[in-house]
Design a protein around this ligand. Sequence first.
Ligand SMILES: [Zn+2]
Length: 402
Amino acid sequence: MAGYADRKHPHEGVRQDIYAKALALEDETGKRFVMVTLDLVGIPRNIADPIAERAAKEHGLARERLLLNCSHTHSGPIVGMRERTSYRLTDEQEAVVARYSRKFVDTAVRLIGEALRDLAPASLTMSYGNAGFAVNRRRVTAATRNFPGPVDHDVLVMAVNDVDGKLRGVVFGYACHATVLNDYQINGDWPGYAQEEIEKANPGAMALFVAGCGADQNPLPRRSVELAKTYGRVIAEAVGQALRAKMTPLSGPLTAVFDRVDVAFDTMPTREEWVRRSNDPNINYATHAKKMLAILDRDGKLMERYPYAVQVWRFGKGFTLLALAGEVVVDYSLRLRAKYGFNNLWVASYSNDVFAYIPSLRVWKEGGYEAGDAMIPFGLPVRFAPSVEETIVGKVEEMMAR
Ligand SMILES: [Zn+2]
């Protein structure tokens, strides 16, 4: 199972089915778009890129018109062959992950094709609800309580209605980790229960969850099935209230931009420093350092920049869905939505490549897990350079202008 490094063995059963779901859209210019939502902790680019390449070849879908988003449930399977130092898998378990990952790519590509074949006339509307269970997790201990604790409690609601006005689909989003549960049962955590509740309340409609900038947000309190179901009901109720109220029509044409920007890592330790760290009594640090030494031996250097994926979908001249890679802290959502208008922009994270935490400069300066410590479980060399926020925001601004 993916998400927590301290699980000791594979899953024991399935509490709730998990899903890959797709929403295909075609605008009045005939351009086609597909959003795929996944009940997974994340997918790395070596899974997302092959899906995108095959979707282009087999379904004629350009990269910018395919949006892949992960719910970040910590109770799903590992997908992706990217080596991570935090999961200590046996060779046999790695083979299972590799086999499942190959099957997953095939399934995702097939799903995209099925969604495109199921296109039918429809109208799109959007609105926001509100829900309050996401807590800024960086300020919940006595030592960190003096940190500011920003949150973004908007619940994105996009509705797809057929020509008779019947609800066919709901895309909903919220900025919070899916970490209520940490046992050995497969399930979608609160986003899974929210999807289930929304679909129960709206027979015939499919509910797709898009994760927001919840990298520093936890659902609190947590750790019981009842709480996961409760938060699912809370989100479903927020979505239901928005659906019953006046929604804003979304118009075409739908325009999309996809690009990558190089985000620099901070100063690298010397080889001697890695050798020293490889003897660290902390097994995680030692394992990480040994991996970095192995890369140094093989390649002569470590990765100095990461090609960070940014995607923009704009509906007509109005609402824009921005999809960012990695686990993005809430500061990005608040900063960009303040700049472009909270009504006009919603920011998804965990999109197209989930490979690291993305701190703001504020979080970077404060330090801690999201600031850089999480690079160790992610198997990347060091924290990002302090320019990370300006690099990404600058790229977003350029793409929004495009
Ligand atoms: Zn996370």
